[in-house]
Design a protein around this ligand. Structure first.
Ligand code: GLU
Length: 489
């Protein structure tokens, strides 16, 4: 360790291969025109990108673009045990799909790369050595068993588990002895002194006296991988991050980060913690709800603009809520000082409306979701006797809706002929007559149900203008495309 320490202290800068610190000037919130704005979205690839992550990424993207800055994607993959295969690719794919691609990222590269923490271990080792050298960090030889015992004891006494800082006081001799003998130590950061207060750009003045509630945290594990706190500080510094816009769950960690900045002699960035995105009933967005993952929305043909629109309409950051804003409009209208501390409540039921507003058409996914169980007795004209209740019955219903729709689709050439035939001056009456004939051909299905299916397919709405009127005004091409889109989904 001492050799590495020396080497590290000799080179004040990280090796070129690991990027160079980008000069950072004190950047205040958009009021310092000379400051380079660099923000980052730093997910852990422990899961696919969901709508909560998209919101954090989007606010960062908007902030960067508003201030002619750079939007960076950094993958925090230091907990190798929790990596989910495909998650790293999915995160970058989905940012691209959403229309907010990073300027610098693992895929994109950039001057401050690599952009995956697992490839930046040298930088964390260097920072750790500097902290060891100044006495701000120390090696910890406590075994996992001892730490587990401490934890159990604290819980038994109804106390919050915390490390008792035992290895803080080891003498140099004891450390040398243990180093020669035993397994590699972890490195802990000495949480000492008053935590610095900081002015969060959303939550205002904050200070968390971490030292009085926490034991000294591990910053570098014995396997050479850093923990989140060290890696985040080191990377934000070396990547020249000017503003950290992240979820409010990290607000309490910021004092610890500031202590690390102070110990390393680095200027910290500005912080803006974003309030949580919650379900409309105030409950936590759960990743177990399959429908919060972006790939689900993409597969169901929702338009990315609709997602950006809905997540910027359920929180704050704008003078007013307004449906149908495009990304350039979002960038223009966004104002970080308007982000409040209130949680953002997301009502996904409104997404269809946002999607329509963004110019989206229906897919079978939307289409099926436009029907509720209440429609079933009316709609389904036969039932499989074995499928009577609950989900299987609903599945049967969906299958029936799909079946009816497939039958309808066979009529697409007929509709086209009717709508674009030579010299056609098609009246709605004629079209209605033809639609009636179509229904008659669909044995066991009421005409009203056929119209309902067509209305949903053509407009995404269960109620609206008469189907024939819609068909005439949409024209043959659009009718064909909308029907085919449903069919192919
Ligand atoms: N890796 C952390 C997360 O997934 C990032 C926290 C931060 O932005 O500092 O939430």
């Amino acid at each position: 360790m001492a050799v590495l320490l020396k080497r590290v202290l000799q080179s004040a800068r990280p090796p070129a291969a690991l990027g160079r610190p980008l000069g950072r000037r004190e950047a205040s919130l958009g009021t310092d025109p000379g400051a380079a704005v660099r923000v980052r979205f730093a997910p852990s690839p422990t899961g696919f990108l969901h709508i909560g992550g998209l919101r954090t990424a989007l606010y960062n993207y908007i902030f960067a673009k508003k201030h002619q800055g750079r939007f960076i994607l950094r993958l925090e993959d230091t907990d190798q045990t929790r990596l989910v295969p495909g998650a790293a690719e999915n995160i970058e794919d989905m940012l691209e799909w959403a229309g907010i691609p990073p300027d610098e990222s693992p895929r994109q590269g950039g001057p401050a790369g690599p952009y995956q923490q697992s490839q930046r271990l040298e930088l964390y080792a260097q920072a750790t050595e500097a902290l060891l050298e100044s006495g701000a960090a120390y090696p910890c030889f406590c075994s996992p068993q001892r730490l587990e015992l401490l934890k159990k004891e604290a819980l038994r006494n109804r106390q919050t588990p915390r490390y008792d800082n035992r290895c803080r006081t080891l003498s140099q001799g004891q450390v040398a002895q243990k180093l020669a003998k035993g397994p590699k130590p972890a490195i802990r950061f000495r949480l000492e002194g008053e935590a610095p207060a900081f002015q969060d750009l959303v939550y205002g003045w904050n200070r968390h006296e971490v030292a009085s509630v926490e034991g000294d945290p591990v910053i570098l594990k014995s396997d050479g991988f850093p923990t989140y706190h060290l890696a985040c500080v080191v990377d934000d510094h070396h990547m020249g991050i000017s503003h950290v816009l992240r979820g409010s769950e990290w607000l309490v960690s910021t004092s610890k980060h500031l202590l690390l900045y102070r110990a390393l002699g680095w200027q910290p960035p500005r912080f803006a913690h974003l309030p949580l995105l919650l379900n409309k009933d105030g409950s936590k967005l759960s990743k177990r709800q399959g429908d919060i993952f972006l790939e689900h929305f993409a597969a169901a043909d929702f338009l990315p603009d609709a997602l950006l629109d809905i997540i910027t309409n359920c929180g704050s950051g704008f003078a007013e809520n307004q449906m149908g804003r495009t990304l350039p409009e979002l960038i223009k209208q966004f104002d970080l000082t308007r982000v409040t501390c209130h949680s953002a409540l997301l009502d996904l039921e409104k997404l269809l409306e946002f999607n329509r507003r963004a110019g989206g058409t229906m897919t079978l996914f939307h289409f099926e979701n436009c029907f509720t169980l209440a429609d079933v007795p009316d709609f389904v004209t036969y039932r499989c006797s074995s499928l009577s209740q609950g989900k299987p019955f609903w599945k049967c219903t969906q299958a029936r809706i799909t079946y009816v729709f497939m039958q309808l689709c066979k009529q697409v050439p007929l509709f086209s002929r009717l709508l674009e035939g030579p010299g056609v001056n098609l009246s709605q009456d004629v079209l209605n007559g033809e639609l009636k004939k179509v229904s008659e051909g669909l044995e066991g299905t009421k005409h009203s149900n056929v119209m309902q299916v067509l209305r949903v397919a053509l407009s995404g709405q269960r109620q609206g203008p008469p189907v024939a009127e819609m068909m005439v005004s949409l024209g043959a091409k659009e009718v064909r495309e909308r029907i085919q889109k449903v069919l192919s989904s």
